[in-house]
Design a protein around this ligand. Structure first.
Ligand code: DAH
Length: 339
């Protein structure tokens, strides 16, 4: 039996050292040390041995098993290192290979204009104010001196949610909200989305954007308004831009005006962009009506102010040469990424 054990020992040591890979080694382990393995079988056959022989053979088998366990562990480590080396050799990753390009969007022309307008007014010391798009008729109309029979309150013009809640038809209600909260001096602009019950066409959309401006302080005069808007027009549309004022009417300003800018495409000669006029209508403006100041808790005897409001789409269309407003809302990236 001793020889048998010796033979198993020598054969298994050789096989272990010849094992090609981890799988192969595992098979060899099962072959010798597994439940039905050769060495285990020897142990089982020990019943037929004499009482003297049994402990000797038992000891020998245990020694051989310990030795083999050791050999297996050594070889296992060796094969593991080799397997890793092989993986490193075959699975090399090229970290310099360019990755798939992620398609980046671009800043929407409307957002671009709003950003630019904000920059200009921040540079003139204005703050940016904000207000709700779902607004009370009280702020959108009453506080702004627009009486109950004002045409802009008509169902045909404004989206009503309830009798006294609407989608704001202008950014002007933010004026009233700011004046109620803040004591003069006030110097704000408010860019935002507004809603009107208009049918979509090349120059109309039920959803569009405005920028509102409001300045209230002591001794604010019409000249401040003109100077401010002229400065804005030059910065936004080019140094050579001229501005002109035409009398107009808004309930919340008195006097009120509309301002036009000289066409920045043809310089005033007349072209497609200005429709041959040489001028482009830019905005509404005026001196804040005393009633509005009073409504918002500001004494019109002590303070005066000016306000203005303009449409962002109109500027974007003129500036980027976009002829159809619908293109601004279709969100076709092929169109948008041109700007
Ligand atoms: N809210 C006016 C509109 O939507 C624009 C406007 C005109 C705003 C005159 C003003 C202003 O602040 O003073 O047509």
């Amino acid at each position: 039996m001793k020889e048998k054990i010796e033979q198993i020992k020598n054969a298994s040591i050789k096989e272990i050292s010849d094992a090609k890979d981890q799988k192969n080694l595992q098979d060899i382990k099962v072959k010798y040390l597994g439940k039905k393995g050769e060495l285990t079988t020897v142990l089982r056959g020990m019943g037929g041995l004499s009482a003297e022989e049994r402990p000797l053979i038992g000891k020998l088998v245990n020694e051989v098993r310990d030795l083999l366990e050791e050999k297996f562990a050594e070889k296992e480590k060796l094969l593991e290192v080799e397997a890793l080396k092989e993986r490193l050799r075959t699975e090399n990753i090229d970290v310099t290979e360019p990755s798939k390009k992620i398609k980046l969007g671009s800043i929407h022309p409307i957002t671009q204009i709003i950003n630019e307008v904000e920059e200009i007014f921040l540079g003139m010391g204005y703050q940016i104010a904000d207000g709700p798009e779902v607004e009370k008729t009280f702020y959108n109309f009453d506080q702004l001196n627009a009486p109950a029979d004002h045409p802009s309150r008509d169902l045909q013009d404004t989206f009503y949610i309830t009798d006294d809640i609407i989608l704001r038809s202008q950014t002007s209600p933010v004026q009233a909200r700011v004046m109620e909260k803040q004591k003069p001096p006030i110097k704000i602009i408010c860019p935002g989305t507004v809603y009107r019950s208009d049918t979509v066409d090349a120059t109309h959309s039920p959803v569009f954007h405005q920028v509102e401006g409001l300045v209230v302080d002591k001794n604010i005069a019409m000249t401040d308004l003109k100077g401010t808007l002229e400065m804005f027009a030059k910065k936004c549309l080019g140094e050579n831009t001229k501005i002109r004022f035409r009398p107009h009417h808004f309930p919340f300003t008195e006097p009120s005006a509309e301002a036009d800018v000289s066409c920045f495409v043809c310089g005033g000669k007349g072209c497609k962009v200005c429709k041959g006029e040489g001028w482009i209508e830019l905005l509404g403006c005026g001196m804040v009506h005393p009633n509005v100041l009073r409504n918002c808790g500001i004494d019109p005897e002590e303070y005066t102010g000016f306000a203005f409001g303009f449409g962002v789409e109109r500027i974007a269309m003129a500036k980027f040469g976009i002829e159809d407003m619908r293109l601004l809302f279709e969100n076709d990236v092929r169109f948008l990424k041109q700007f």
